[in-house]
Design a protein around this ligand. Structure first.
Ligand SMILES: [Zn+2]
Length: 997
């Protein structure tokens, strides 16, 4: 037998592309088109429908970047189409090579009911009009620019720079007969073609399919595809009916659309994207009874509710029927590296509460396919939120190391384990092609021990979600020889089956570090500062409002705090907080953070004044969980004038600060050349090294500019050692001014009285491109690991590069502090707004190894925001010599929660107090159910055991341990209200609800 395989495959490809697919709409008539170009931002249907529409036609341009054009399409279904299925085909000018990320539309009936979205690979509308009847539809078309995320400098990411030239041409607006048999034939051929190409050439099945396809082509009249499609399909029935192998991999296909809440478009466009996709999938449900769809991110459903009530009604109906499935339980699919502990918890509190209140549904899985690494605090947080399962697939993007498992138990810092799945299909936007299904099966690492994986399918980000074509593929691969078995499932159905299938999965302990996108800890510094500041203002607002309310001095602003929390949570979305969105998004985020801060400052101020009462004294409030300068933790004291710091002493151009605890020497270059710890009697810097050294590296990664730092950045470095000015700056302070490149920096180094901490305030006027700015502290400690604060605890990471896994963590995320040490002595670096750090080891003059901690202050990528981080910035950080982990924890809180002094007449005893400094109070608030109960969340912060007594300033009649949603835990603690004692295990989080007597 001659081998003509390539010839037949090429014949098949051409017939499918040029004859079969186009024949689905072989008969069509054009619709009459009129357009109204909305002058600015999107408007509601009622406003758009009443405008003057001007005639236009297919082929005409429309849509300046970010503009909206409304098309009115009218026509009459031809009488000769009686008995046919008629559809409208509307191609807005789609690039079919890209399923989303470009122009999109939402169609409405003339009376404003949403019909269905229009997307690049989903450009049809159902037509109910009968032959001879008129048809009319309005399409709200969005001219979203296609911003190529593979990275180049573009002005399109902000309407201020994007220009006004139309970007799209209306390509087609027709009424057409939908040739169902041709469409089915196209699906038969696609499925068999994909399957065939993934089978080995040694397998008989491959050739059985090849010959069946050849016979089908022979049966097809290319001049009359509609008339011969059924005959061709008969030739394929046999190979399509052959059942799957007994050992075939089992795939749970979960309908989904990954919609970034903002990214290469602003949030207002996501409001429309989610409505289009929800309109599509609810329309698809009407025609496909077995189809279910999982939608994550409560915020997106809240947007549909607010802005598209007609779509929301359809969503609610299908949720009630169990077909539209609220998934994931989070407010948004947030980043998990940077949100603080309380914010990470509130992602679940607000997400789950929305799903419970709106739909009566509580998701048990966490759905985070696409954020950039997963904190080791998550297993405990997830469990305390009442969830059982975790899903992501992003770790498949690792640059270096292949993650060993696809299904496993993920163990967090406190030892909690969560059943976790990484879909081996390696995408969260599958189209259920045979190629992807085969990859899932081939790639699945648990083969032989487990049999099933999950495939999320549907076009995301404006692609419109799952399509009828995908459902057709799923139906054909349910039981097909050579293919994995595909079943349509919900996330819950998958996880229940997967747990039963794999009772003894392997364990992965610690963080799921993503070996990619390490620049996201640093890009868009103002967005990150806004997040950090907002989190601490929310803590203060809850604490002081709860304290004032419990004493009957003020009401508790439930609604305002709820709204402010949700706004902060939204901005933790995994392309906003990480700094990977277009300029428009970050400009709006900065404005949002300014508004959030202003409102929270007002709320805090009101509570403080109510608490401080009348009087001419100064009342100093301490929102930190540890006492400070005579003020109790979580309370306030009447305070006097603080003693002044001694001035800097100058000798031969060198300045010395000395507060009796530390002696800091700053040379003519403005570098710290000696830092003597007078308490410990040791020099903190290694011999010959200088601290507070600012360093610049070139920073152009190979891909993903705002996301990535590639390791070669370190090969070139410029030390900023030329100072324009080094001078005293008031008591206990030295000012250092430098200029470099197109930028300048102004620093104040300060030693406060009684503080074993060198504070450094840094202002940078940053005008570099594709560079990274680091602040370095070489330290004379021999550390083989660093400790970094994460949510409710910390993680250890190796400081060495022994293995490829260690070396890949060359840039790491820390919250308020990072610590390095050796037995008996450690040093912490604390910050008020920085997340990116690196820790390295160097040979030490005189022997041994020294350790350098650096903060990553600024980057300057040019994609997707060409002006990333240009302009003025302010950073606060401090070096804390002689610090144990507990000192790092305390100083980290203090750096982010400065004391507040207000005029008044009385001290404020803490509403709650804890007698063990290892046990940290993270939140004090009133219960969300508005019962007046006080909710206290605390955790063990050192990674050891703790026994603590909690005292409440008010009499308490009941104490109940709760989950994060403030619901009693079935086996929770119920301490004696008169004597609240707690034994905590390492890093344990405890939420208590105290009922006032
Ligand atoms: Zn995403």
């Amino acid at each position: 037998m001659h081998d003509d395989r390539a010839l037949v495959e090429a014949r098949l490809a051409r017939a499918l592309r040029e004859r079969i697919r186009p024949a689905v709409y072989a008969r069509s008539v054009p619709l009459t088109v009129a357009a109204w170009h909305a002058p600015g931002e999107p408007v509601p249907f009622a406003e758009a429908a009443g405008q003057e529409y001007a005639p236009t036609a297919a082929g005409e341009p429309w849509g300046p970047p970010w503009g909206t054009t409304w098309f009115r399409l009218t026509g009459t279904v031809p009488a000769e189409w009686a008995g046919e299925t008629v559809e409208a085909v509307v191609d807005l000018g789609f690039d079919a090579d890209r399923p989303g990320f470009q122009c999109e539309g939402l169609a409405y009936t003339p009376d404003g009911a949403p019909v269905k979205g229009l997307n690049p690979r989903n450009a049809w509308l159902p037509v109910a009009a009968r032959p001879g009847e008129p048809y009319e539809v309005l399409v709200e078309a969005a001219a979203n620019p296609l911003i190529d995320y593979r990275g180049y400098v573009t002005p399109l990411g902000d309407p201020r720079t994007a220009g006004t030239a139309p970007m799209y041409r209306l390509a087609r607006a027709d009424l057409a007969v939908f040739e169902r048999e041709v469409w089915e034939l196209a699906r038969d051929v696609e499925v068999l073609d994909h399957l065939m190409r993934r089978l080995g050439t040694h397998e008989p099945r491959r050739f059985e399919i090849l010959r069946a396809l050849e016979r089908a082509l022979d049966a097809l009249d290319l001049q009359d595809v509609p008339g011969t499609a059924a005959r061709a399909r008969e030739r394929l029935a046999g190979v399509l009916a052959s059942p799957a192998h007994a050992s075939a991999h089992r795939i749970s296909a979960v309908g989904h659309a990954h919609i970034d809440s903002a990214w290469l478009w602003p949030m207002r466009e996501t409001v429309r994207k989610v409505a289009r996709t929800a309109a599509n999938v609810t329309a698809l449900m009407e025609d496909h009874p077995g189809f279910r769809f999982a939608m994550s991110q409560a915020q997106q459903l809240a947007w549909i509710k607010e802005h598209h009530p007609g779509v929301y009604e359809r969503v609610k109906k299908h949720v009630a029927a169990g077909r539209f499935v609220p998934a994931g339980g989070m407010w948004v699919e947030s980043d998990t590296n940077m949100p603080g502990g309380e914010a990470m918890a509130r992602q679940f509190v607000h997400g789950k509460r929305f799903f419970i209140e709106e739909f009566g549904v509580e998701p048990a899985e966490v759905w985070l396919p696409d954020s950039f690494g997963y904190s080791a605090a998550l297993p405990q947080i997830v469990t305390l939120a009442g969830s059982r399962w975790f899903l992501t697939q992003k770790i498949s993007w690792n640059q270096v190391n292949r993650f060993p498992h696809h299904t496993f138990l993920w163990e967090g810092i406190d030892g909690t384990r969560v059943f976790t799945h990484f879909p081996p299909v390696d995408t969260y936007n599958s189209d259920l092609s045979g190629t992807e299904l085969a990859h899932a099966s081939d790639n699945f690492a648990e083969k032989g021990r487990a049999t099933r994986s999950l495939v999320p399918f549907g076009y995301g980000d404006g692609g419109g979600g799952p399509t009828r074509e995908m459902l057709a593929r799923a139906a054909r691969t349910a039981d097909l020889e050579g293919s994995p078995r595909v079943e349509l499932h919900t996330p819950e159905e998958f996880f229940r089956a997967a747990e039963a299938d794999y009772p003894d999965p392997p364990v992965w302990s610690g963080e799921l570090y993503l070996e990619l996108h390490r620049g996201t800890y640093t890009s868009q510094a103002r967005t990150k500062q806004g997040n950090r500041r907002s989190e601490h203002l929310l803590r203060e607002a809850e604490l002081w409002c709860a304290t004032a309310a419990a004493h009957g001095l003020a009401g508790y602003p439930y609604d305002r705090l709820d709204r402010l929390w949700k706004r902060v949570l939204l901005h933790q979305f995994h392309d906003v907080l990480p700094g990977s969105s277009i300029a428009w998004v970050h400009r709006e985020a900065e404005r949002a953070y300014a508004e959030i801060a202003a409102e929270l400052e007002e709320i805090i101020d009101g509570a403080l004044r109510a608490l401080a009462g009348e009087g001419g004294g100064t009342v100093t409030f301490n929102a930190a969980p540890h006492p400070r300068d005579g003020v109790p933790a979580l309370g306030a004291a009447l305070t006097g004038e603080a003693p002044p710091s001694p001035p800097a002493a100058e000798h031969d151009g060198t300045y010395v600060l000395d507060n009796g605890l530390l002696r800091v020497t700053v040379d003519r270059r403005g570098l710290v050349v000696s830092l003597l710890d007078l308490v410990a009697g040791r020099e903190v810097l290694p011999p010959g090294a200088a601290g507070n050294l600012l360093q610049i590296h070139p920073d152009l990664p190979n891909h993903w500019d705002a996301w990535d730092i590639d390791p070669f950045y370190r090969n070139t470095v410029t030390d900023l050692v030329d100072a324009e000015e080094v001078a005293p700056a008031g008591p206990g302070a030295i000012r250092v001014v430098r200029a470099f490149g197109s930028s300048s920096v102004r620093q104040t180094l300060r030693l406060r009285p009684g503080a074993r901490r060198l504070d450094i305030e840094t202002q940078v006027d940053w005008h570099e491109t594709e560079k990274i700015l680091k602040a370095a502290f070489p330290l004379d400690v021999q550390a083989d690991r660093s400790s970094s604060e994460i949510q409710y605890g910390h993680v250890h990471r190796p400081a060495h590069t022994n293995t490829s896994w260690d070396a890949a963590r060359f840039e790491i995320c820390a919250h308020r502090w990072i610590h390095v040490g050796e037995p008996g002595y450690g040093v912490a670096v604390v910050n008020d707004s920085t997340y990116g750090h690196d820790v390295t080891r160097q040979p030490r003059t005189g022997g041994g190894t020294a350790t350098t901690v650096r903060l990553s202050l600024l980057r300057a990528p040019r994609f997707p925001d060409p002006e990333t981080d240009q302009g003025l910035h302010r950073f606060g950080y401090a070096l804390v010599p002689g610090a144990a982990i507990g000192d790092a924890v305390r100083e980290g809180y203090h750096a982010n929660l400065p004391p507040r002094a207000v005029p008044g007449g009385r001290a404020v005893p803490p509403l709650v107090a804890v007698d063990d400094p290892a046990v940290v109070v993270e939140a004090v608030k009133l219960a969300d159910d508005r019962s007046g109960d006080i909710v206290v969340r605390l955790y063990e912060s050192l990674g050891g055991r703790a026994a603590a007594r909690l005292t409440c300033h008010l009499p308490v009649s009941g104490v109940q341990e709760c989950d994060l949603l403030e619901r009693p835990l079935p086996a929770g603690r119920t301490p004696d209200p008169g004597e609240i004692t707690l034994a905590l295990r390492p890093f344990e989080i405890v939420t208590l609800r105290l009922t006032p007597a």
